[in-house]
Design a protein around this ligand. Structure first.
Ligand code: CP
Ligand code: NVA
Length: 311
């Protein structure tokens, strides 16, 4: 595996499969152990810095709890604490942290910031969400799909709404792992053209297809999972009112779910705006696996840290 994890496309198929396998065994071990701690505390004495420019529940707690459960420690640094790029330059943050801790998980506005951290750190940098990708989320989502269906190859996932960071990582990881992804989005909110082309290139090798349409019914037809995310991502709050009517036709509701396979699952990275991108009935109903996705953040992020640290 490469030194850093900035994009799911940093992984080969074998590496992605090995991470999911490792996450599944860490999950089984942790559940069987009952103490909350893994045997032998493999991260004893090790610290993960969490450099976060934006809020977080799942990513932060999954990293902090994961470090604790493996015998290590997480050190959370919000924008108020370090003001990356203001009080201290991004390269200097990377150089300083490299002297004290063993890895950095960074949640940033601009993807370029995680790339700058990676250029100047000599410890692994993990992208904990940027404007371009949310790779830890996509790993948890694929683990969830694997648990639900017993396999990934040949599954069909329909993504509804904004062609954003979450959508990008799903297209890329789907392409790597043989999961076909159909994105339905308003024409002005399509995923990045370069990332789409990259995902399609990866999919050609795995036997999957990655498509974008403006028609939600076309994307949903026969899908094994329907996935959506908020219509307004962090940092875009001023656009919320303008976006709402544009995205309304992409709401996941009972009528859209009925277009999918009879055994369809509903997925969302959370946090959710109930009655906007998805109806309460669907997200709180029996087809929803959103809290399995949330739990699986813990397991994939543990597998990721261990692997990046060569353990
Ligand atoms: N899904 C996700 O990344 O959640 P947080 O923003 O709460 O970390
Ligand atoms: N697309 C969302 C994901 C939040 C986990 C955002 O960037 O805000």
């Amino acid at each position: 595996m490469q030194q850093h994890f900035l994009s799911v496309a940093d992984l080969t198929r074998a590496e992605a499969e090995a991470l999911l396998e490792r996450a599944a065994s860490l999950k089984a071990e942790w559940r069987a152990g009952g103490t909350g701690l893994h045997a032998q505390w493999p991260l004893r004495g090790k610290t993960l810095a969490l450099v976060f420019e934006k809020p977080s529940l799942r990513t932060r707690v999954a990293f902090e709890a994961g470090m604790t459960q493996l015998g290590g420690n997480g050190s959370y640094l919000s924008a108020n604490d370090i003001d990356m790029g203001g009080r201290e330059s991004v390269p200097d943050v990377a150089r300083n942290l490299s002297r004290w801790v063993q890895a950095i998980a960074a949640r940033v506005f601009k993807h370029g910031t995680v790339e700058t951290l990676a250029r100047h750190a000599n410890i692994p940098i993990i992208n904990a969400l940027s404007d371009r990708e949310h790779p830890c989320q996509a790993l948890a989502d694929c683990l969830t799909l694997r648990e639900q269906f017993g396999h990934l190859q040949g599954l069909r996932l329909a993504y509804m709404g904004d062609g954003n960071n979450v959508c990008h990582s799903l297209m890329l990881l789907g392409g790597i792992l043989g999961v076909s992804v159909s994105v339905a989005c308003p024409p002005d909110y399509r995923p990045d053209a370069e990332i789409l082309a990259h995902a399609q290139h990866l999919a050609a090798a795995s036997g999957a297809t990655i498509q974008v349409t403006a028609n939600p019914i076309e994307a949903a037809r026969g899908a094994n999972a329907i996935y959506t995310d908020v219509w307004t991502s962090m940092g875009q709050e001023h656009e919320a009112a303008r976006r709402r009517p544009v995205f309304q036709p992409y709401q996941v509701n009972a009528a859209l779910m009925a277009q999918a396979d009879a055994n369809v699952r509903f997925m969302h990275c959370l946090p959710v705006h109930r009655e906007e991108e998805v109806t309460t009935e669907i997200i709180d109903g029996p087809q929803s696996v959103v809290f399995d996705q949330a739990e699986n953040r813990l397991h994939v992020q543990k597998a990721l840290i261990l692997t990046l640290l060569g353990l």
